[in-house]
Write a protein that binds this ligand. Structure first.
Ligand code: OGA
Ligand code: MN
Length: 366
């Protein structure tokens, strides 16, 4: 079966998801859109950006290239979907990777390990993983480090996976650097005034996937949803409002940014597969973004230590990081005091639609 031969019909999304998830024989990837190749395609159209919304120096503060240099695309049939092919300055991705691995999992942020472990045990995930991750393979199976068992982290308004809601009473400050990055991307994409209120970080191993879902727990869907990819590449599937709509498959490489707005904001999507590069190389290394570069970087929060970068490199040799940033409330909007019956119904529907979300990203061992 070629992915493109899937006909409209019952749960066409699931068919395509299974096609790309299959281990053996490996699927044919020839239908997968690759924005980084800039291949001529009748589906890919240039996206119009607001070049005056972010100055070059503001962009550099978030580790981004000048907006005029970004390669931003839309996809025919997906209104509001914008794909920006790695807009980061050379050498700035290591900073964001370090934030995802070392900084954002720290308290008061919440992670999957907190569900099973005491606060003191998850206090220093990075520190406790340094030895295990950095030691050279001894041949015998070592117990997994906390970093290897990390599956998700939530920021800002913390997401409740059971009720599928964000709650007013469980909020911690969203990291200022991630807020700045998100505000700049959204402003350039024509959404001034975006407020980054919640973040969900996904940590994918080489065999992880993310089930078919729609992100609709946010209370204002007129605001875009942002997604950043770092580390190993992956296949992303973007469908429509119905499971019968066959999705388009595309590669997400390290540094790629997606903006889901307008109608696409509520489209089904999923990540069926991580595609490890040759010997775990990432697009990041292939483009020559090596240690020498990263340690010289001074645009963001200072220099990355060599020890930090060695550990980050080791981690992303087999893993992918995904950061999604969401505005939960519209301007002036508040959380409802108590859910009305209608909101309860919406929440349970959202739960149903997102129920496969953590199937594989969060493994049973955590
Ligand atoms: C999500 C999501 C996609 C990805 O976290 O809701 O859709 O690329 N992530 O990992
Ligand atoms: Mn999603």
């Amino acid at each position: 079966m070629a992915a493109s031969s899937v006909v409209r019909g019952e749960d066409a999304f699931k068919k395509v998801f299974k096609f790309y998830k299959r281990k053996s024989p490996p699927p044919d990837f020839s239908d997968v859109t690759d924005f980084s190749k800039g291949l001529p395609s009748d589906k890919i159209v240039p996206a119009v950006l607001d070049l005056s919304a972010v100055s070059d120096s503001e962009a550099a503060r978030a580790g981004l290239q000048p907006v005029k240099s970004w390669r931003a695309f839309g996809l025919q049939g997906y209104p509001g979907f914008i794909f920006i092919s790695n807009p980061f300055l050379r050498g700035s991705q290591p900073f964001w990777i370090r934030q995802c691995l070392k900084t954002y999992p720290q308290k008061p942020n919440v992670c999957n390990l907190d569900m099973h472990m005491s606060l003191s045990d998850t206090q220093d995930i990075w520190g406790q993983s340094v030895h295990g991750l950095s030691s050279s393979p001894s041949g015998k199976r070592e117990p997994k480090t906390l970093l290897e068992r990390l599956r998700w982290v939530t920021l800002g308004y913390h997401y409740n996976w059971d009720t599928k809601t964000y709650s007013a009473n469980h909020h911690t400050p969203l990291p200022a650097d991630l807020h700045l990055l998100s505000v700049q991307i959204t402003a350039a994409c024509g959404f001034p005034g975006f407020s980054a209120q919640a973040g969900i970080l996904n940590y994918y191993r080489h065999d992880s996937s993310l089930g078919i879902h729609v992100d609709e727990s946010e209370l204002d869907h007129s605001r875009p949803l942002l997604s950043f990819s770092f580390g190993q590449s992956a296949i992303f599937l973007l469908g429509g409002v119905r499971r019968e709509d066959p999705p388009t498959a595309m590669y997400m490489h390290s540094g790629d940014v997606m903006v889901m707005s307008g109608q696409s904001r509520l489209f089904y999507h999923a990540v069926p597969r991580i595609i490890p590069g040759p010997q775990g190389q990432t697009a990041l290394e292939m483009e020559g973004c090596c240690m020498a570069f990263s340690s010289q970087d001074s645009t963001l929060g200072g220099v990355l230590s060599e020890e930090d970068w060695v550990l980050c490199t080791r981690y992303i040799q087999s893993s992918r990081l995904n950061v999604t940033v969401r505005q939960v409330l519209g301007p002036g909007q508040r959380f409802p005091e108590t859910p009305s019956p209608r909101q309860k119904t919406d929440a349970s529907q959202a739960g149903e639609r997102r129920s496969r979300r953590c199937d594989s990203v969060e493994t049973s061992e955590t």
